[in-house]
Design a protein around this ligand. Structure first.
Ligand code: CA2
Length: 137
């Protein structure tokens, strides 16, 4: 089983700012914990602040991997291109958000990814990434 976590813009700042919303752990710390917890499967990680790089990565892994865990961050609410990429690939995508996007500003209630995702997990903090991995097992 080969999974990849793809994170979008600003998620490289996790653990550095806004701990009350996003927690105090860096993503690399969390990623190492996930890799040791799920040592029987391959989990890769990619982060970019650039929309086109996220689309290129979805195309690269989307016919080969068994699952994609995608937190497209702010692009979730704006990017028709990422939504189309999710629709165009074969690998199932689970959309994850750390915060409860529906308890926040109205613009965060829209997702261009959800209509073509296998499922959506939001509001459980960084634990959502673990729940998404479990959903593929
Ligand atoms: O809750 C989530 O996971 C979000 O995808 C996070 C995005 C936000 O735009 C979405 O509406 C919901 C923002 C990611 C920014 O991450 C930061 C982390 C630490 C410090 C500053 C930003």
């Amino acid at each position: 089983m080969k999974l990849i976590i793809i994170n979008g813009p600003n998620l490289n700042l996790l653990g550095k700012r806004e701990p009350e919303i996003y927690g105090s752990k860096s993503f690399l710390e969390l990623f190492k914990e996930l890799q040791s917890k799920f040592s029987g499967i391959e989990i890769d990680y990619f982060q970019s602040n650039i929309e086109g790089e996220l689309i290129d990565k979805l195309h690269e892994v989307g016919f080969d991997y068994d699952g994609i865990i995608l937190n497209a961050a702010a692009y979730t609410h704006t990017s028709v291109g990422i939504g189309d990429a999710v629709k165009g690939i074969e690998t199932p995508v689970v959309e994850v958000h750390i915060s409860n996007v529906h308890a926040r500003e109205a613009f965060r209630h829209t997702s261009y990814i959800a209509p073509n995702a296998k499922g959506v997990i939001f509001g459980f903090g960084v634990k959502g990434y673990e729940l998404a991995i479990q959903s593929f097992l």
